[in-house]
Design a binder for this molecule. Structure first.
Ligand SMILES: [Zn+2]
Length: 103
């Protein structure tokens, strides 16, 4: 997708420090963190949002990736959040899962 900031990050046209990279996903810090640890798990494929997602395995992989990162960060409790569409607070139309936690 042209002009999609997350596609550019996935394609390494915009630098970001990946805390995780797999065949399907990357994860990196949110540039506007709302909690001490605020990481975005992003699909490599451009899918606009959960509304457009057709592959349930991808959603499962995102959740399991976030769980693994939370474990690495020693987070005992945390929030996993999908914002869906503008009315749902989604700001970038490329599927991502927020992992939020820390004190
Ligand atoms: Zn994209």
């Amino acid at each position: 997708m042209d002009n999609c900031i997350f596609c550019k990050i996935v394609n390494k046209e915009i630098p970001a420090d990946f805390v995780l990279e797999s065949e399907e996903l990357v994860a990196f810090d949110d540039i506007h963190p709302k909690t001490p640890i605020h990481i975005l798990v992003v699909t490599k494929a451009h899918v606009a949002s959960i509304k457009e997602l057709e592959n349930p395995e991808l959603a499962g992989e995102m959740v399991m990736a976030a769980k693994g990162i939370a474990h690495e960060k020693n987070l005992d409790g945390y929030k996993l959040l999908f914002n869906v569409g503008r009315e749902g607070g989604q700001e970038i139309d490329h599927l991502h899962l927020h992992l939020m936690g820390g004190k």
